[in-house]
Ligand binder design. Structure first.
Ligand code: 5RP
Length: 218
């Protein structure tokens, strides 16, 4: 089974958590693209979606799924998104696709975060995947120095501008044993928009695509 087939299995399994006649929160990435395809198969049974990126919006619209502005929506039953790494406490590193800020905002509104991954994304300790940090462009060098003081090695993701017009620093070399504390610490650096640790608001349900089938946690 290929990695993409594992992603597809997890993406389609997330359909079980979508309630008819609701607006669905939709993340970003190659795993979520499979979920969007699955959502297209039930598009007449849902009201529409709140999207976390321009890329997901385009794919949703191509399937005829109505997009709602988050400001028009007071509640979302579920938010479905992928992750770059997820640990045993359901804390995640996200932002490989540079959509972390909008993802974190939509996830904050949702009652339940359904995380969909392939079997390569589960880890004991977060940090092998470089931690993305979205920064206001003029603060990039300052934030990089502060992240170095925290023990990381920030690398500017050249050529990438987020949907919010900002830059990304990918922080290498972290062993993240206290994800909540580090999430708060990095967010407190002036010039940081948000960081890719999703620990304060982690996942509620994890669906892992594996060659043996989809594993569901809890
Ligand atoms: C985008 C994300 C994605 O969820 C994460 O990068 C996983 O992507 P993929 O499903 O393509 O492996 O956080 O900002």
């Amino acid at each position: 089974m290929t990695q993409d087939e594992m992603k597809k299995a997890a993406g389609w399994a997330a359909l079980d958590y979508v309630t008819p006649d609701t607006i669905v929160g939709v993340g970003t990435g190659s795993t979520v693209n499979h979920f969007i395809d699955a959502l297209g198969s039930v598009k007449d049974q849902i009201k529409g979606a709140v999207s976390s990126s321009e890329a997901s919006t385009t794919r949703l619209e191509q399937l005829g799924i109505r997009i709602f502005d988050l400001n028009e929506v007071s509640e979302l039953a579920v938010y479905v998104d992928g992750a770059d790494e997820i640990d045993g406490s359901m804390a995640m590193i996200k932002g490989g696709g540079a959509a972390l800020t909008r993802e974190k905002i939509v996830a904050a509104v949702a009652d339940r975060f359904i995380c969909i991954v392939d079997g390569t994304k589960t880890v004991d300790i977060l940090g092998s995947f470089p931690l993305p940090v979205e920064v206001i462009p003029m603060a990039r060098a300052y934030v990089a120095r502060e992240l170095t003081r925290l023990g990381g090695k920030p690398v500017y993701r050249e050529g990438v501008v987020t949907d919010n017009g900002n830059h990304i620093l990918d922080v290498h070399g972290l062993q993240i044993t206290e994800p909540r504390a580090l999430e708060a610490r990095i967010n407190a650096i002036v010039g940081v928009v948000t960081n890719g640790l999703f620990a304060e608001r982690g996942a509620d349900v994890l669906l892992i695509g594996t060659p043996e089938g989809v594993i569901r946690k809890p």
